[in-house]
Ligand binder design. Structure first.
Ligand code: FE
Length: 208
């Protein structure tokens, strides 16, 4: 599948664009228009907070509402639209269901295709060649790198995102969360659990 659709942010022109962005950034910093630390905070906010919080709301609803869950796996675009999540880098979405038998992991082997509307900006490691290569060859090893060990009999499915199809992993609902409302459940949903390189937090891992 192509990774160079016209809405796509990377490709063969990347080094040139990267160079221009860096030049622009250093000029702005040099002239005192922007503070590099403020830029870092801004980027981190989108990588770690704003974006993934959207996906977490979707996962939490899928955990409590069977009709929503069914729609999510049947027509993810429609299910996400109920939250108003859509648009650039999220046009063609598919939700992947983690079960005791199957764990899903998402990678973009060619560049960095990623579902922006639900997860925000991709983390640096997602774009790195080592992750992109190892996810395909040794997904269990990748999970180990992230501190996750799955049962031996859980199979791992790796999905290669492209500009035509992007994925959101729906992790399994943690035990001990019976009766929790969506907001409380969403706080358990980590960014990495929706990429498939992590698991949701357990109830005892969040502050009450
Ligand atoms: Fe890509």
């Amino acid at each position: 599948m192509p990774h160079d659709g016209n809405d796509h942010d990377e490709g063969s022109a990347l080094p040139d664009i990267e160079l221009r962005v860096r030049t622009l950034e250093s000029l702005l910093v040099e002239k005192g228009y922007v503070d590099p630390e403020a830029l870092d905070v801004l980027i981190e906010t989108y990588e770690d907070n704003v974006g993934p919080r959207n996906g977490a709301k979707v996962v939490a609803r899928a955990w409590v509402d069977p009709d929503y869950r069914a729609l999510l796996f049947e027509n993810a675009g429609e299910a996400l639209a109920q939250f108003g999540f859509g648009g650039r880098q999220g046009e063609h979405m598919m939700a992947l269901e983690n079960t005791p038998e199957t764990h899903n992991m998402v990678v973009c082997t060619l560049c960095s295709c990623y579902p922006w509307p639900v997860l925000g900006l991709p983390p640096v490691w997602y774009k790195s060649p080592p992750y992109r290569a190892k996810a395909v060859i040794d997904p269990r090893g990748v999970l180990q790198d992230f501190g996750v060990t799955l049962p031996e009999n859980t199979g791992i499915k790796v999905w290669d995102s492209t500009s035509e199809m992007r994925f959101l992993v729906i992790p399994m609902r943690p035990d001990g969360t019976e009766g929790w409302d969506e907001a409380r459940l969403a706080a358990l949903v980590t960014r990495d659990s929706m990429i498939g390189t992590g698991l949701p937090l357990k109830p005892n891992e969040v502050s009450p």
